[in-house]
Write a protein that binds this ligand. Structure first.
Ligand code: ZN
Ligand code: ZN
Ligand code: ZN
Length: 255
């Protein structure tokens, strides 16, 4: 399985507009973070989790020329704003794009992208989507991938994380992990977890909370994502255990 991080920043993106802090002005490219998404490829099957505002830029840069499905963790703008660009694949592949998520997220997508689901004039390109509800903890198949959605707490909201082929799991915007989710993920090869900053936050793990959760799950390797400009890549990574690293835009993994 091949994994590529398309973006690893929190909702503002890094650099933050107007900010001159050391991370936003850093020369280290790993401190440059688009909004979060990941591309996963197994054999001939390719999927993305979330479509951030910069999805098109990354798809061109990393030659993501084919997609078998889009998975959504939740409906927040930084995870969905690039959805319209999926319409290119409708043409390239002559098919509607399967879109998987929990019931609430699919509802939010229907509301936010209402124009997609209503009749409009000829010629205005719109994505053709096949929305498919994916219930927590019940596995579904996309090509060569067995995908299990897991429940993730994001403040008061319940959102989705995804485990793929029992080797890789992607969770973001997490502030609470139910026991069942930790049990399902225990000892997995690679875990991706959200870690926002040092200070506590009502809807995201702090770095310290993310380290505790990573240790509880005990993946062979954990990567943090959805990071704010409070986290300098080099300085933060130095203080982490060897098997917990920060992801960065463009990072490639072979699992
Ligand atoms: Zn987010
Ligand atoms: Zn900054
Ligand atoms: Zn969110």
């Amino acid at each position: 399985m091949k994994v590529r991080f398309l973006g690893t920043g929190t909702s503002h993106g890094i650099p933050v507009i107007g900010c001159k802090c050391p991370v936003c002005t850093s020369a280290d490219p790993r401190n440059n973070r688009y909004r979060c998404s990941v591309y996963i490829c197994e054999g001939q099957t390719g999927i993305i989790i979330d479509t951030p505002p910069e999805y098109r830029l990354r798809a061109v840069e990393y030659s993501i020329d084919r997609l078998d499905a889009v998975l959504f963790t939740h409906g927040h703008f930084d995870h969905t704003a690039g959805l319209d660009d999926v319409r290119v694949y409708n043409e390239l592949q002559a098919m509607d794009m399967p879109v998987y998520s929990d019931a609430r997220t699919l509802r939010e997508i229907r509301d936010r992208f209402a124009y997609v689901f209503m009749p409009t004039q000829e010629g205005g390109g719109k994505p053709k989507l096949q929305l498919i509800e994916a219930e927590p903890y019940s596995e579904f198949k996309v090509g060569e991938m067995d995908i299990m959605p897991v429940e993730v707490g994001h403040g008061d909201m319940k959102i989705s994380g995804f485990m793929i082929n029992k080797k890789f799991a992607y969770l973001t915007d997490n502030s609470f992990l139910p026991d069942r989710t930790c049990d399902v993920l225990r000892g997995i090869d690679v875990l991706v977890l959200g870690a926002l900053r040092h200070k506590p936050h009502p809807t995201h793990f702090s770095l310290e909370q993310a380290v505790l959760a990573a240790k509880k799950i005990g993946a062979k390797k954990t990567y943090f994502t959805h990071m704010s400009h409070a986290l300098d890549h080099g300085a933060t990574e130095e203080k982490l255990p060897e098997n917990i690293r920060l992801s960065y835009d463009g990072l490639k993994l072979e699992i």
